[in-house]
Design a protein around this ligand. Structure first.
Ligand SMILES: [Zn+2]
Length: 379
C-alpha cells in the first residue's frame, strides 16, 4: 500500500512550481525585441511586454537591446565630443583632463567617462558594447570614417548570424546539462508524488542531483567566459545567482544567450534569424526609427544634442534602407489604407489613423501627419 504524501511536501512542490513559472516569464521593455528559438522549431519574435517562454529547456533567447540605433543616446555617442560638452556635469573630474584622455569604465549597466556617468545601457552587455565602440571612436584618427565602419559592422547580417551560431554552439553543453537537470527534478517529483516511500532513497537523489546541478553551474561559467570574455564581474554575479536557484538553472541557456547580440543592430539580427512578417516588423521599426523619429521632450532644451541626433539619423538612414532593400522599404513604411483614404491621415511613426484635418500626432511628440495620396491629389 502506498503512503499518502504529507501536506508539507505537496506545499513545497507547489511553491517550487510557482518559482519555476516566474522563471519562465521574461520581462521586456518597450523598444526591446526578443528573438526566441523554440526547442524544435524556428525563430519567433516577441515585442514589448510580458511573454511566456517555452517551459521546455533547449532553444535560445536573444534580447535585442541595441535596436534603436537611431535613438538619441547613440546619436550622442556617434558625436561624442558634442555629447560630452552637452552633458558635461559640474565637478572637478571633468577639469582634470581632456575628455578623450579620461578613463572609460563600465559599472554594471553604466558607462562612466572620467568618473562621471556618460550613459546607461539597457543591460550590462549593452553598456559594454557601447563602451567598446566609444573607445574605438575616440582612438580613431578619422572618427567619421570609423563611425561609418562601425555602422556597417552593426548592420552586417552575416556577422550577426555567425555570432548567433557561435553562441548556440557555446551554449549547447549548458543546454544538455540543464535539460538533464530538469528531467531529474521531474523524475523525483513524479516518484515522490506516486509513492512517498521513495524518500528513503534520499542519499541517491541528493548525490545525483548535486552532480547534475554542479555540472550546470560549471558549464555555465565556462560558456559565459567564451561568449562574454570581457565580463568577469557580471559572470561572478550570474554564477552566484545560478548556484542559489535550482529552478533558475533549468533556464540557464537563455540567461546565457540573452544579451549576446548586443554588438549587432536588431535589423541585422532579424535579417539573420527571422523571416516573413516577423522580419518585416523589425525592418519597419528600424526604418521608422530613422525616417520618422519621435520628437523627444528634451529636444527644445538641448538644441545642440538634437542637431547631432538629426545629423546622425540622416547619416545612418541610407544604410538602414540599403539593408532592407530586398524587403521593399517603401511598402513597409506605409500602413494599410482605410476604407475612405481621402478623408483620413495617418501618423508615419505609430500608424495611428486620424481625420484629414488633424495636424499632428501627440503620441509621437507632435509629429506632422501624412495624408493619403488621394487626399493630396484632391487639394
Ligand atoms: Zn504617432
Amino acid at each position: 500500500m502506498t503512503q499518502s504524501v504529507p501536506h508539507e511536501v505537496l506545499l513545497l512542490f507547489i511553491a517550487l512550481g510557482v518559482v519555476y513559472l516566474a522563471e519562465c516569464f521574461g520581462r521586456l521593455r518597450p523598444g526591446q525585441v526578443a528573438v526566441e528559438q523554440r526547442a524544435f522549431g524556428g525563430w519567433k519574435l516577441h515585442t514589448d511586454g510580458w511573454f511566456f517562454r517555452s517551459p521546455l529547456p533547449g532553444g535560445l533567447l536573444f534580447v535585442l537591446d541595441g535596436w534603436r540605433l537611431g535613438a538619441s543616446e547613440l546619436a550622442a555617442y556617434a558625436e561624442t565630443p558634442h555629447a560630452v560638452r552637452a552633458r558635461k556635469p559640474s565637478g572637478w573630474g571633468w577639469r582634470r583632463a581632456p575628455w578623450d584622455k579620461q578613463e572609460i569604465l563600465v559599472r554594471h549597466d553604466e558607462v562612466r567617462v572620467g568618473g562621471a556617468l556618460f550613459f546607461r545601457g539597457e543591460t550590462p552587455a549593452r553598456a559594454r558594447a557601447l563602451a567598446r565602440a566609444l573607445a574605438r571612436l575616440r582612438r580613431a584618427g578619422n572618427p567619421a570614417r570609423e563611425r561609418s565602419k562601425w555602422i556597417a559592422e552593426a548592420l552586417d547580417a552575416e556577422a550577426a548570424k555567425g555570432r548567433a551560431d557561435e553562441v548556440g554552439k557555446a551554449a549547447t553543453p549548458v543546454g544538455v546539462a540543464s535539460a538533464l537537470w530538469a528531467g531529474w527534478l521531474l523524475l523525483i517529483t513524479v516518484l515522490l508524488l506516486r509513492d512517498f516511500r521513495w524518500i528513503q532513497a534520499w542519499p541517491l537523489f541528493l548525490i545525483g542531483g548535486l552532480a547534475l546541478y554542479s555540472a550546470v553551474v560549471l558549464l555555465y561559467w565556462r560558456a559565459h567566459r567564451r561568449i562574454h570574455p570581457d565580463a568577469a564581474s557580471d559572470r561572478r554575479q550570474q554564477v552566484i545567482a545560478l548556484a542559489l536557484s535550482p529552478l533558475g538553472a533549468i533556464r540557464a541557456p537563455d540567461r546565457l544567450s540573452r544579451d549576446a547580440l548586443a554588438d549587432h543592430h536588431a535589423l541585422a539580427c532579424a535579417l539573420a534569424l527571422l523571416k516573413g512578417p516577423a522580419l518585416d516588423a523589425v525592418a519597419r521599426a528600424a526604418l521608422i526609427e530613422v525616417l520618422h523619429p519621435a520628437i523627444e521632450p528634451w529636444q527644445p532644451h538641448k538644441p545642440e544634442l538634437a542637431a547631432d541626433r538629426a545629423d546622425f539619423l540622416a547619416f545612418v538612414a541610407p544604410s538602414i534602407r540599403a539593408a532592407t532593400s530586398e524587403l521593399d522599404p517603401d511598402r513597409l513604411v506605409i500602413p494599410d489604407p482605410p476604407p475612405n483614404p481621402e478623408q483620413r491621415a495617418y501618423c508615419p511613426r505609430c500608424f495611428a489613423d486620424y481625420r484629414a484635418d488633424v495636424p499632428q500626432c501627440d503620441d509621437c511628440g507632435g509629429l506632422a501627419l501624412s495624408r493619403w495620396p488621394s487626399a493630396s491629389q484632391a487639394d
